[in-house]
Every structure is written in structure tokens, then in C-alpha cells.
Design a protein around this ligand. Structure first.
Ligand SMILES: Nc1ncnc2c1ncn2[C@@H]1O[C@H](COP(=O)(O)OP(=O)(O)O)[C@@H](O)[C@H]1O
Ligand SMILES: O=C(O)[C@H]1O[C@H](OP(=O)(O)O)[C@H](O)[C@@H](O)[C@@H]1O
Ligand SMILES: [Mg+2]
Length: 359
């Protein structure tokens, strides 16, 4: 009986990788975004009660034992210094502080957190926030406070945890992962100031046409990719400000195109999204492999753009299956992985869905 009760107390929560379909990176600049999660990749976090509070290092992602010095150096060069432990610690801190500040009382019990992920690292698929989002869901359920922390505020907590660590990021990924499925988001300053969060509207995932994911093994670093644009934005650079407004508008136009099932228009908007990013950042910042992935897709007439800040590309074949076959061939010839995207459904409970505004 006691064992059964303990088993029930183990929480395993999953968060999926996300694709920024339109509007990114304007989410980091008071803009708009249309994004969705995919079942192709996910992170899971497991929480089980334990006498002491333990954040368990992942046997691969938090490796600290190596056969030799060259192995250690090659590992750091390929994957960097950090794994997921710091992400789990940061969300524990942010969650606790949020509860204290909002008079949400937490039972005095300890737990062990462990995680796993197959989201390609630093590939612009939101691997970092997937780990944080899954951990937040474990904490909400272990402490039974899900009903006390509004759905719309959860992405802020996830972002705050990553900001703690100096990770440069926006809300787009976190909203898609908290809601699951396809979400239209408006981060206008007026909403952010008034509500403390953006306006988020889940949309029917069946509105999406078949989409393809293209990625390379070489990862990119989000922080580097964002740095120059961010500085110019902060300096009031008019070119960046007007481009970013146009990027935001693409998300709004894209929502209309989806509702009208106008995939030719959707394809045009996707291409424009990447072209604007390229104009703002410049080719050196985007990186030659990233640019090549976009161009390989376009060489067969598909439209293409980054899913995030680089590392993976989302493509649409407006001419249908024959074009998709050409896309597969072109990607394979260039050494890129290509697969049809499996869109994830919403992950909110009926109760959470009914707590959301409807219009
Ligand atoms: N697959 C992973 N395993 C462990 N930690 C990860 C993984 N992916 C990302 N992280 C953590 O998230 C941090 C930031 O990753 P980020 O550049 O945002 O990548 P992504 O685009 O995948 O979100 C990394 O420095 C690392 O601490
Ligand atoms: O530049 C982008 O499109 C996105 O970059 C980050 O996501 P990542 O998956 O780490 O590349 C950032 O967190 C998002 O808010 C941006 O839209
Ligand atoms: Mg990230």
C-alpha cells in the first residue's frame, strides 16, 4: 500500500521542441509570433519524492568523467560547458520565489529531479526551454499548485529561469511549449505592461499544411546570433526597428493566411521572414551552414526560414508532394537531415483550456 502511494507520487512531464513558423525573433522585440510544438523531439523531466533535494546530472549531457584530456577538450568544443542541471536548478529557484511572492504555500517535502532530452542541442528548436518547461510542470503537480499559477504567466517563469543563467531568449518558445500545439502570440508592449504577459491564442493544428524540418549536425549559439541585432535595437537603430515591425506583421498576416488555407501566401511570408532576418543580422552572424539549409530548400521552390535563431529550418512545399520529394533529394545531396514535421497537440487540461480568454 505504502509503495503504491509512493509510485503515484512520481511525476514525469514532457515538453516538445518548437518551431517558430512566423514572426520570430520579433517576440524578443515587442512583436508577434506564430509557433507550434512538434512531437519529433522532446525533453522529459521526472520528479520523485526523496529525503534530500537532489538535482540529478544527466549521464551524457552533464558528463564530468572522461577517458582522457583530449576527450574532455573535444567534448567542450562540440557541446560547450553546460548541460541541463543549471536549467533545473534555475527553475526551482524561480518557482520558489514566485510562490513566496504570491503567498502560495508549498509543502515541506523534498524531491529528486532528473531529465532526458533528444532535442538537438542549440539547434533553434528550444531544447533549453523544453527542459525548463517540463521541470516546471513537475513542480506544479508535485506541490499541487497548478490552479494557482495562471497558464499565461508560466512562460514568464520559464524565461526568468533562463535569464538567471544569462541565456538570451524570448517568450515565443516558452508560450508554445506551455500551451502545446499551434499558438498565435502578441507581445505588444501595451499588453505586456497591462497584463504582465502577451495575448496568446491557441489555433487548430489542422490549419497547418505539411511542413518539413531540415537541420544540420553543426550547432549554433543563440547568444551570438542575437547579440548585434539586440544592441542596435537598444541603440534605436531605425532600420532594425522597422524590419522588426515588419517581421511581427508577418505573424499576423500568417494567421490570416492559415485561416484561409492560403498556403501560397504562407510560403511568401515565410521567405520574407528569413530575408528580413538576413538583412538585419548579416551573413556572418547567421553562418554559412544555416544559410545553405535555407537556400537548398529554396532551390526546389520550397519556402524556408529558421525555426529559431539558427541550426534548423522549417520548409513549406506549396506545389505539393512532388516538390517535397525534390526537397528530400536536395537535402540529402547536401548532407542535411530532412523529415516531415509531426505537429504536437495542445497539452493543456480541459480545466486549463476553459480558464483561458476566448476571443
Ligand atoms: N540537449 C541539451 N542537453 C542539456 N542541456 C541543454 C541541451 N540543450 C540546451 N541545453 C542547455 O541550454 C542552454 C542554452 O541552449 P540554447 O542555446 O538556448 O539552445 P536551444 O536553441 O536548444 O534552446 C545550454 O547552454 C545548456 O545549458
Ligand atoms: O531568434 C529566434 O528566432 C528565437 O531565438 C531563441 O530561440 P532558440 O531556440 O534558442 O534559437 C529565442 O528564445 C526566441 O525567443 C527567438 O524567437
Ligand atoms: Mg533556447
Amino acid at each position: 500500500m505504502a509503495a503504491a502511494t509512493k509510485a503515484e507520487m512520481v511525476f514525469e512531464r514532457r515538453a516538445y521542441a518548437r518551431v517558430g513558423l512566423l514572426g520570430n525573433p520579433s517576440d524578443m522585440y515587442s512583436g508577434k509570433a506564430l509557433s507550434f510544438t512538434i512531437t519529433d523531439f522532446s525533453a522529459t523531466v521526472r520528479l520523485r519524492p526523496s529525503p534530500e533535494l537532489l538535482i540529478q546530472p544527466h549521464p551524457h549531457h552533464d558528463l564530468v568523467a572522461f577517458p582522457s584530456l583530449p576527450h574532455l577538450v573535444s567534448r567542450l568544443q562540440n557541446e560547450g560547458y553546460y548541460g541541463g542541471v543549471r536549467l533545473l536548478m534555475a527553475i526551482c529557484k524561480v518557482f520558489y520565489n514566485h510562490c513566496i511572492q504570491n503567498n502560495i504555500s508549498l509543502k515541506a517535502e523534498n524531491f529528486t529531479l532528473s531529465y532526458d532530452t533528444n532535442i538537438p542541442r542549440q539547434a533553434g528548436l528550444s531544447g533549453s526551454s523544453a527542459i525548463v518547461c517540463a521541470a516546471l510542470n513537475c513542480l506544479l503537480d508535485f506541490y499541487d499548485v497548478r490552479h494557482l499559477i495562471q497558464v499565461e504567466l508560466r512562460p514568464n517563469l520559464i524565461l526568468d529561469a533562463e535569464k538567471e543563467l544569462g541565456i538570451v531568449a524570448g517568450l515565443q518558445d516558452r508560450v508554445a511549449q506551455v500551451y502545446g500545439g499551434l499558438v498565435y502570440m502578441d507581445f505588444s508592449q501595451e499588453h505586456m505592461d497591462k497584463l504582465g504577459h502577451g495575448i496568446y491564442r491557441p489555433l487548430d493544428v489542422n490549419l497547418l499544411p505539411p511542413l518539413y524540418l531540415i537541420y544540420a549536425e553543426n550547432p549554433s549559439d543563440s547568444g551570438k546570433v542575437h547579440s548585434s541585432v539586440r544592441q542596435r535595437w537598444l541603440n534605436g537603430d531605425e532600420f532594425i526597428i522597422s524590419c522588426m515591425k515588419e517581421v511581427a506583421q508577418l505573424a499576423l498576416d500568417g494567421r490570416r493566411a492559415l485561416l484561409q488555407k492560403d498556403y501560397t501566401e504562407l510560403a511568401r511570408l515565410m521567405n520574407r521572414n528569413f530575408d528580413l532576418r538576413r538583412e538585419m543580422s548579416g551573413d556572418d552572424v547567421l553562418g554559412s551552414v544555416n544559410i545553405k539549409m535555407v537556400e537548398v530548400a529554396r532551390s526546389v521552390g520550397a519556402s524556408s526560414k529558421f525555426t529559431g535563431s539558427g541550426g534548423a529550418v522549417v520548409a513549406l512545399c506549396p506545389d505539393g508532394e512532388a516538390q517535397a520529394e525534390l526537397l528530400h533529394k536536395a537535402c540529402q545531396e547536401s548532407g542535411f537531415v530532412v523529415q516531415q514535421i509531426k505537429v504536437a497537440p495542445s497539452v493543456l487540461s480541459d480545466e486549463e483550456l476553459t480558464s483561458l480568454p476566448t476571443c
